[in-house]
Design a protein around this ligand. Structure first.
Ligand code: HEC
Length: 186
């Protein structure tokens, strides 16, 4: 009898332990670092990007005279802490700027997968969804961990402030150049 009680207590402790571990993982949530698209999907997105986006955002997503880059420090810090759903909606509703809203949900999702591929985000087992609600459950984070994100943001802001014609006199002379770096802490 005593033995049974002990077993039950032990089982309870184990079940509780398993539950609280799951909760912790769920509370931290998913981000684009967790493998949220597939290689095949990014491959489908590549020609779509070439056809509908590259003329303004550049063949390598670095931006052009008319449009900002879709990778790199400035883009990443702009979208940090928002969700893939937010980014998806931004593209779905306002792009391509010449014909906003003209692409299907599937096409937009495939293009987003291609953009993640170009950012060197890890691939996973399942494709990126076409549901805005599901995509809102995936955070966009500048770097994999909170600590690296903080460092990334500090440097991205400093680079933005110290590059181009608006660089202030307090910037080191060598930093008066276009930001050319990407997240180095993957
Ligand atoms: C005709 C030129 C043009 C085309 C084509 C175009 N864009 Fe844009 N895009 C812009 C401009 C200009 C901006 C910045 C001004 C604005 O917000 O509209 C922009 C902004 C964006 C932003 C926000 C960038 C940021 O820093 O927050 C994203 C994301 C984006 N475009 C994605 C796309 C995608 C994906 C495609 C292809 C489906 C596309 N664009 C096609 C001109 C274009």
């Amino acid at each position: 009898m005593k033995f049974t009680v002990a077993i039950l207590a032990l089982a309870g402790t184990l079940a509780y332990g398993a539950l609280s571990t799951t909760n912790t993982v769920a509370a931290q949530g998913k981000s684009q670092w967790d493998g949220v698209y597939t290689e095949d999907q990014a491959k489908r997105g590549e020609p779509l990007y070439g056809q509908y986006c590259a003329s303004c955002h550049g063949p390598d997503l670095a931006g052009g005279e008319m449009a900002p880059g879709l990778t790199g420090g400035e883009f990443t810090s702009n979208w940090n802490d928002l969700s893939l759903g937010d980014l998806y909606e931004r593209i779905r509703i306002s792009m391509p700027q010449s014909a906003p809203g003209s692409l299907s949900r599937q096409q937009n999702s495939d293009i987003l997968a291609f953009i993640l591929r170009k950012m060197n985000m890890p691939v996973g087992q399942a494709e990126l969804s076409t549901s805005t609600d599901e995509l809102k459950g995936i955070k966009f984070l500048a770097a994999k961990s909170r600590k690296l994100t903080d460092r990334f943001l500090v440097e991205a802001r400093a680079t933005a402030r110290c590059s181009g014609p608006s660089a202030s006199a307090s910037c080191p002379a060598s930093s008066n150049a276009a930001p050319s770096w990407r997240c180095p802490w993957k």
